[in-house]
Ligand binder design. Structure first.
Ligand code: SF4
Ligand code: SF4
Length: 216
């Protein structure tokens, strides 16, 4: 295309763009830009628009903690490894959150990594179905470290939360050791009982006189 052809194309493109601007100028109701302000930037009583979210909107997750069986299915399927779950089924941990037969000390999602694919929710077993993608979308921050959500408190994951999970870890390991020790003791007891039973049977057999053979 020649020089004048290029001028024609550029002019046409500018006029098309200006036509769209003019359309919204004369009929502002069709504007799709939403004047939304983050809560911390909103003045007292200041009006702001709430975006319309479609029914299928997949936003920030929430967890029905009491239904969670701590099976790690959601964390295992996550393609970007942004779910961290810690806890125990071996006993009580002070300050832990009560799941379904599980004590949860950490359940976080890092939103600097999450791609909102919904796989975690689909992997959650039918018996629990406790992790969901909600309507919430405002989980923003100026620093990457604050983009981790604590699903146990429904708030950002704080330094105190991290301190709690770190301290709880030693208790979790202690409970696991205790469980292992008890299982080993129980197995040893079972083995000893079986050996004693066998020895008693052998002794009984040795002390029983042979039955005389039948005469015709
Ligand atoms: S939505 Fe996808 S990326 Fe985000 S936590 Fe779930 S599985 Fe991971
Ligand atoms: S898949 Fe569901 S039940 Fe299992 S750990 Fe995740 S949220 Fe809990």
């Amino acid at each position: 295309m020649g020089y004048f052809g290029d001028i024609y194309d550029v002019s046409k493109s500018i006029l098309t763009g200006m036509g769209v601007t003019l359309k919204y100028f004369v009929n502002p109701k069709t504007i799709t830009t939403v004047q939304y302000k983050r809560p911390e930037r909103r003045g007292e009583g200041e009006l702001h628009e709430v975006p319309h979210l479609p029914d299928m909107h997949k936003g920030i997750h929430y967890l029905e903690t009491e239904e969670c069986i701590m099976c790690w299915q959601c964390a295992n399927i996550c393609p970007v490894d942004c779910i961290v779950i810690e806890g125990t089924r071996d006993g009580e941990v002070e300050g832990a959150y009560q799941g379904n037969r599980a004590n949860l000390t950490r359940f976080t999602i890092d939103y600097s990594l999450c791609i909102y694919c919904n796989l975690c929710c689909e992997a959650c077993p039918e018996t629990s179905t406790c992790i969901h993608m909600g309507k919430e979308f405002d989980f923003t921050s100026y620093d990457q470290g604050s983009l981790v959500k604590n699903l146990l408190t429904d708030e950002k994951f704080t330094k105190e939360d991290l301190r709690f999970t770190t301290n709880a870890q030693s208790k979790i390991e202690e409970l696991a050791e205790e469980k292992k020790r008890k299982a080993a003791e129980a197995q040893a007891a079972r083995k000893a009982a079986a050996a004693a039973k066998k020895a008693a049977a052998a002794k009984k057999a040795a002390s029983t006189p042979d039955t005389p053979a039948k005469k015709d």
